[in-house]
Design a binder for this molecule. Structure first.
Ligand code: EPZ
Length: 428
């Protein structure tokens, strides 16, 4: 396996380009199963979760053509059997999107119980609720979720709580169902809107994406399109926090500032300067990082996927900060790794109390999941001395060339091969 070796304490300076959004791209790739013609996806991030999704489609019979590093032509006409390869799909949360897309096309699907970053229990009861509302039945067959329907009939779906994945899957299953489906209490993330725009450009009839009520009138045919994925709001937020944590001055390019509003607001509250332009944000610091309280919420609230990174910044703030993350059962597994670097954090359930310590000190640490891994990199960049981050296979699931991009901002970060460790990363 590989690790990052970081010599910290150098303020980041310069510009960095943000890649396509992981949590949009995995949904768009799965959505090509519903399309009756070949599609071309642009601005696709070069990350291992996408590589894995494409490998699954190819093993199922799709034709995949890489037109360049970020542009992919996908023709799923060759898929005839709604069974997803077990070993490939079981480590990735996004594999549950094959349930909705295969059900939408074949009225049946066999998909391994999904994996994903270990953030606690991650059931799919709301996904199955949506499928049942449309007339499907479900059971477990050899470790696979099995769903099937004689026909998919539009209906009202009311989610018990906001869930990104179940909203995605409800859209997938409804887009070719008979008549009208109304999804209530829908997730409003930018990647939900991106999926709706992608499917509508193929000829689907989806209205209200980005609000908590989405109306879908089923159609029979979806024609091929060329479509560009939105920029990754979480990758952008990660570089914004890294700029603040290192006391640097960084311009983050190829972003949609509106998608970053909650992160920008929180950074400004901590005394960080953020200047917005049409497609970029500039982040710089000219004073201490101030303490704050933070609670993660579904969009447009502060994203849970930014919690580990922001909590790392708060370990360097003046005073005591409170971070509450009740989106997942346990998204503080990284805290033990930050303590190795001198952080003073106590966790009680879904609440972390962070006493600012001013400066962290380099140490060997592990990435415990995708975003926690990014937080370890930020901690190493800000700390004095040398930090080694292992299990970087987690980080590579969701960040394109993160070491190269940070080196472009003046960071001293090297990728080193270490033959003895053998982490198998689950990714969210
Ligand atoms: C998506 O996960 C993202 N993953 C996650 O990003 C992100 O943290 C999450 O949405 C919230 O924004 C992808 O898009 C591939 P949820 P998902 O359904 O769909 C519970 C990253 O770092 N729940 O909104 O799994 C669930 O356990 C990853 O990029 C149920 O109980 O998130 C969680 O506690 C990590 N039953 C909460 O709801 C269900 O049927 C929110 O889950 C569905 C969800």
């Amino acid at each position: 396996m590989e690790k990052f070796v970081i010599r910290g304490g150098k303020p980041l300076h310069g510009t960095v380009n943000i890649s396509g959004a992981k949590n949009a791209a995995v949904a768009l790739v799965a959505a090509t199963i519903l399309c009756d013609e070949p599609c071309i996806l642009e601005n696709v991030p070069e990350i291992s979760d996408i590589t894995k999704c494409l490998k699954i489609l190819k093993e199922m019979g799709a034709h995949i053509e890489l037109l360049d590093r970020h542009t992919i032509k996908i023709d799923t006409k060759g898929i005839t059997n709604p069974v997803v390869p077990y070993e490939l799909a079981r480590t990735m949360r996004a594999s549950c999107y094959f349930l909705g897309t295969l059900l939408g096309r074949f009225h049946e699907a066999y998909v391994p119980m999904p994996g994903g970053c270990d953030l606690g229990d991650r059931p799919i009861d709301q996904h199955l609720k949506a499928f049942r509302c449309l007339g499907a039945t479900d059971d477990i067959v050899n470790g696979n979720n099995h769903v099937r329907a004689d026909s998919l009939d539009g209906n009202q779906i009311y989610f018990d709580f906001v869930t990104v994945g179940a909203t995605m899957n409800a859209i997938f299953a409804a887009v070719k169902a008979n008549s009208l489906t109304i999804i209530e209490n829908a997730a409003k993330e930018p990647h939900i809107v991106d999926l709706a725009n992608f499917l509508n450009s193929m000829g689907a009839d989806i209205r209200g994406a980005g609000t908590d009520v989405i109306k879908i009138r089923g159609v029979d045919y979806l024609h091929g399109v060329t479509y560009a994925t939105i920029p990754d709001q979480i990758e952008a937020g990660t570089y914004m926090v890294a700029a603040a944590a290192t006391g640097g001055d960084v311009t983050i390019c190829n972003v949609i500032p509106k998608h970053l509003e909650s992160i920008t607001a929180k950074l400004r509250k901590c005394g960080v300067h953020v200047e917005e332009s049409d497609e970029s944000v500039r982040v710089w610091v000219d004073g201490p990082i101030l303490k704050t309280s933070l609670k993660t919420m579904p969009h447009p609230g502060f994203p849970t996927d930014m919690q580990p990174q922001f909590s790392t910044l708060l370990t360097m703030a003046e005073g005591t900060s409170i971070v509450t993350d009740d989106i997942f059962d346990n998204r503080f597994r990284y805290v033990g790794e930050l303590r190795r670097m001198g952080a003073d954090i106590s966790v009680d359930g879904k609440v972390a109390v962070i006493q600012g310590v001013g400066k962290l000190h380099g140490a060997p640490v592990s990435a415990t999941d995708l975003r926690a891994g990014a937080a370890m990199v930020i901690a190493g960049l800000a700390a004095d001395g040398t930090t080694e981050v292992d299990n970087i296979v987690y980080i590579e699931r969701g960040y394109e060339k993160i070491d190269e991009k940070f080196r472009g901002l003046g960071a001293d970060i090297k990728r080193v091969y270490c033959p003895d460790s053998d982490a198998v990363a689950m990714s969210g």
